[in-house]
Design a binder for this molecule. Structure first.
Ligand code: GPP
Ligand code: MG
Length: 283
């Protein structure tokens, strides 16, 4: 895999350029202050029960608790990547500041490539890998997950941790299927709207507007996976598990305002927080 690519190779549309620009500039305390807790920088949300002892605690205690819930979310995803070994090669598609990639390497010792369309994120994440002394095993690239240049059938696993709402799922899963080995694993954590409520709710529209993304309906994930030989083996509705994270975040000093539409959407069931685990079943 080549490490350098020109901007025009990676960012093909004005939409993609606007997303890259957002992430190049993003320095939100809800991400930076949480990452500073232990040097794992995440761009996803949290799951699991809140430790009640932090309620009414200091800002630092609440930030540490939000960070713990986000790290637990990544651990849950990693639990489903399969039995990876140091010789396996895996891809973090939309790798952000690199937290999940570092955790996957810590767990399995495998070779991890992360791709992001934000050069700032790539540079930051490579700096983290260097600081941890794993830059020979965890590498971040300025690449587009829709066309990575990674060799056909070379990957044992791919994951997306809240990145699929920026792309066309049929295009994305076509590319994933191409790169995965037969029997390779794909794990996706995402927010998706509920087909049963008949369209995007106002709260989902507000989430899309906040991040300039395009949340997909639940059904589209399964159509796009099936179209590319990716067969789900497990599906988890993580909605009940993520609500406590959002409730704690809403009252914290790092709240951004997006807590309101997320809680509204989850409580009215117009939106789900889903993890899908799939295998590549087509040679
Ligand atoms: C979280 O990133 C994820 C996204 C922005 C993609 C949208 C996700 C959905 C589930 C719809 P972040 O950690 O940078 O967000 P925030 O700054 O709000 O913590
Ligand atoms: Mg965040």
């Amino acid at each position: 895999m080549t490490v350098t690519a020109t901007t025009a190779d990676v960012l093909k549309t004005p939409y993609q350029r606007s997303i890259a620009d957002y992430w190049d500039k993003e320095k939100d305390p809800v991400n930076i202050r949480l990452g500073e807790v232990d040097g794992l920088y995440h761009h996803h949300y949290g799951i699991g029960p809140v430790d009640e002892s932090v309620r009414g605690g200091t800002d630092e205690q609440i930030i540490a608790e939000l960070h713990r819930l986000e790290t637990d979310q990544a651990d849950f995803l990693i639990d489903h990547l399969g039995d990876l070994t140091p010789t396996d090669r895996v891809l973090d598609a939309g790798s952000g500041r690199g937290g999940s990639s570092i955790m996957v390497n810590q767990r399995f010792g495998c070779q991890v490539d992360g791709v992001s369309i934000s050069q700032q994120q790539v540079d930051f994440a490579n700096g983290q890998a260097q600081q941890r002394g794993v830059a020979d095993q965890v590498r971040f690239h300025f690449k587009n997950m829709l066309h990575t240049g990674i060799e056909d059938g070379s990957l044992s696993a791919i994951w997306t941790n809240e990145t699929t709402m920026y792309v066309d799922l049929f295009e994305l899963f076509g590319e994933f299927s191409r790169m995965l080995k037969f029997g390779g694993r794909y794990v996706c954590i995402t927010g998706c709207w509920n087909d049963l409520t008949g369209g995007r709710s106002k709260a989902v529209i507000q989430i899309d507007e906040r991040y300039t993304c395009n949340v997909h309906p639940r059904s589209e994930y399964f159509r796009a996976l099936a179209a590319h030989g990716l067969a789900p083996i497990s599906v988890f509705d993580l909605t009940p598990a993520t609500i406590p994270y959002w409730e704690l975040r809403e009252t914290s000093c790092v709240a951004t305002g997006v807590e309101v539409p997320f809680l509204q959407a989850y409580r009215e069931s117009s939106f789900h927080y889903l993890m899908i685990v799939a295998d590549k079943v087509r040679p």
